[in-house]
Design a protein around this ligand. Sequence first.
Ligand SMILES: Cc1cc2nc3c(=O)[nH]c(=O)nc-3n(C[C@H](O)[C@H](O)[C@H](O)COP(=O)(O)OP(=O)(O)OC[C@H]3O[C@@H](n4cnc5c(N)ncnc54)[C@H](O)[C@@H]3O)c2cc1C
Length: 226
Amino acid sequence: MTSKIEEGTARVLDVIWRTDGIYELVLERNGVSFVPGDCAALFGEDGQGSRPYSFSSGANDPELRFLIRRMEGGEVSPYLGSRKQGDRVKISPPFGWFRPGQAGNQAPSVFIATGTGIAPFMSYLRTWPNSPPLSCLYGVRTRADAVDVEWMREQCDVRLAVSRETAQDAHHGRVTDLLDDIPLGPGIHYYLCGLDAMIDQTSDWLEERGIPIAHIHRECFFNADA
Ligand SMILES: Cc1cc2nc3c(=O)[nH]c(=O)nc-3n(C[C@H](O)[C@H](O)[C@H](O)COP(=O)(O)OP(=O)(O)OC[C@H]3O[C@@H](n4cnc5c(N)ncnc54)[C@H](O)[C@@H]3O)c2cc1C
């Protein structure tokens, strides 16, 4: 985990709104080096307050990408979403401990995400397209929130759950309703990312079925109470 950015600024290459509430922030790379699962702290308007965001770009891509939900009234995510091409944003060096697909000597893996918690798994698939997970569960509120799911389905087995509307290619309900679909085994590692409630429920479910806690990897982005 090394970076040429000490805590500097990066030029905005684009802000791409993927839905009403989710955008992709594209920054110049500046030689930054990271591994899938790493985050960077991105700063708000005053340059003081920051929030962590997980890289969604591949480790070898020419630019840095982040997939961000705009939180109404939030300090940082609305500010970043209002940036324009050529603006500069303050960014920390990469950091992190969540390592999708990298534990147990690249043991077989299952990915489970809600919302923008898909970002580190996108980074994984963009970095190592030839080592897909056994399965990926992806839970979103609306079908439009399922960013890049068609591309992901070309990479691996993706089961989609949409909670607030029906969609022809998705389960209507929570992603945890789909847990019976995932492969279970003592050699498999499970990577959970997104909302705390999903992570807690899925962890309990896996532990009840004998999955060792060391094989359950968690990255919480959002608290349901926030
Ligand atoms: C390791 C990690 C990685 C992450 N990666 C991503 C990612 O890739 N993509 C992503 O979208 N998010 C990610 N997050 C979440 C992100 O860091 C921010 O928490 C999120 O963007 C909200 O930040 P904000 O400054 O916009 O909102 P905040 O200012 O933190 O506020 C969050 C919400 O709480 C509400 N709120 C704030 N204060 C109060 C209060 N006093 N009373 C009531 N409500 C309040 C706000 O209105 C807003 O809706 C990650 C989090 C972690 C921990």
